[in-house]
Design a protein around this ligand. Structure first.
Ligand code: RFL
Ligand code: PHB
Length: 387
């Protein structure tokens, strides 16, 4: 089997790259270890920033998002019984969209299949051979048989636990890693959202987030200790804790059946550089952010738009430079998102340290009173263009 670009992983990053290459007439094959139903149902992100929404529209994948997604022009911060709205439109002229990652993946997979693209589900990449040579190969196992995909380039979009990052020689990379001392217990609930906008709440019992998936489905998160077993959290306990952490006079959290429950560790992680020879890393395989800043999906989409343009420059104009510059260009946006995500995480979660908690409170008061401080949050949350 042979293709120009071998892509590992069909999260949002891999199929978007394959689609963008297809628009320029460049052939690719996507290998995905899971089946189609699994990747289309995996509950994850829900916020699409301004530039990422524009990117999806530009490549013809924005139609359902435009029709069914919800435009949000601000978020609410809750702390010490106060509420402060950060008005994105007023502060920086941009908005975000509530549009689930599951829907983006569904549209991408359907579009690749309609265009005759190859996404091989149930195909687990096991090794990347000769990334430094002219003819790299990806070894994979499908239906019990070992196969080889020969290619010009490999794009590893295989998430944090994939083989892409681990295929870079240890001496060629530097990694930056921080595991935060808490996790998120996330639930999906069959109940109309209790607020029109996202609520980020800091409470002495811990952080809580109110998000949504549609007019009928709410998505909520609670800060919990790292070793939490979601099975120990009954639906009643979850609703009680959410209500207490988000409490505001005159406001009530609507409750309903919980249809999904999961635990997400909070990690910050970056690999430098994001390429080695003919192997390019994109998305969660190269970097992880804690979800407080809603940046992971957006970084993954932005990452792949760079190699897509770089492969197009190479195959259509023989221009190697954008591909050579990929890692440096991508890392600028990655580090901005890392800083913002760590900062939001720090601002809103409860720590053991009393001094730290007192500083957070002061910072939240400052955000609520300073337009400049709120503007930097709005700029980063909606996504800084041209970074
Ligand atoms: P993915 O989505 O992990 O996809 C990688 C794919 O690669 C496959 N794979 C392999 N395939 C073949 N061979 C192998 N050896 C393979 N190893 C792995 C996997 O099966 C999988 O299908 O990575 P990608 O494409 O880089 O996308 C990254 C995003 O999924 C992630 O950053 C976001 O979901 C993060 N995130 C959020 N991001 C936002 O921008 N906004 C948000 O609101 C937001 N909320 C979240 C989040 C992530 C969360 N969790 C569960 C981690 C909320 C949560 C709770
Ligand atoms: C979500 O809707 O899943 C979501 C929203 C905002 C975040 C993280 C997750 O910061």
């Amino acid at each position: 089997m042979r293709t120009r670009v071998a892509i590992i992983g069909a999260g949002p990053a891999g199929p978007l790259l394959s689609h963008m290459l297809h628009l320029a007439g460049i052939d690719s094959v996507v290998l995905e270890t899971r089946d189609r139903a699994y990747v289309e149902a995996r509950q994850r992100a829900g916020v699409v920033e301004h530039g990422a929404a524009e990117l999806l529209q530009r490549v013809g994948l924005g139609e359902r998002m435009e029709r069914e997604g919800i435009v949000h022009s601000g978020i609410e911060l809750r702390f010490s019984g106060h509420s402060h709205r950060v008005d994105f439109t007023d502060l920086c002229g941009r908005t975000v969209r509530i549009w689930a990652q599951t829907e983006i993946v569904k549209d991408l997979v359907a579009r690749r299949q309609a265009d005759g693209g190859q996404i091989l589900f149930g195909a687990q990449a096991t090794a990347i051979e000769d990334a430094k040579g002219d003819r790299p190969k990806v070894h994979f196992v499908r239906k019990g048989s070992h196969q080889v995909l020969e290619c010009d380039y490999v794009a590893a979009c295989d998430g944090f636990h994939g083989i892409g990052r681990r295929s870079l020689p240890r001496q060629a990379v530097r990694t930056f890693d921080r595991l935060h001392p808490f996790s998120w217990l996330g639930v999906l609930a069959d109940v109309a959202p209790s607020s029109d906008e996202l609520i980020y709440a800091r409470h002495e019992r811990g952080f809580a987030l109110h998000s949504l998936r549609s007019e009928h489905v709410s998505r909520l998160y609670l800060q919990v200790p790292n070793d939490t077993d979601p099975a120990q959290w009954s639906d009643e306990r979850i609703w009680d804790e959410l209500s207490e952490r988000m409490a505001l006079p005159g406001w009530e959290l609507k409750q309903g059946p919980i249809i999904d429950k999961s635990l997400t560790p909070m990690r910050s992680f970056v690999t430098e550089p994001m390429s080695h020879g003919r192997l390019y890393l994109a998305g969660d395989t190269a970097h992880i952010v804690p979800p407080t800043g809603a940046k992971g999906l957006n970084l993954a989409l932005n990452d792949v738009s760079l190699p897509a343009q770089a492969f197009i420059a190479l195959y259509t104009h023989g221009d190697h430079e954008p591909l050579q510059e990929y890692s440096n260009t991508a890392l600028r946006r990655v580090w901005r998102a890392e800083h913002f995500s760590a900062w939001m995480t720090h601002l809103l979660h409860t720590f053991e340290d009393a001094f730290e908690n007192r500083l957070q409170h002061d910072h939240l008061e400052f955000l609520a009173s300073s337009r400049a401080a709120s503007t930097q949050l709005a700029e980063n949350y909606t996504g800084i263009p041209h970074l």
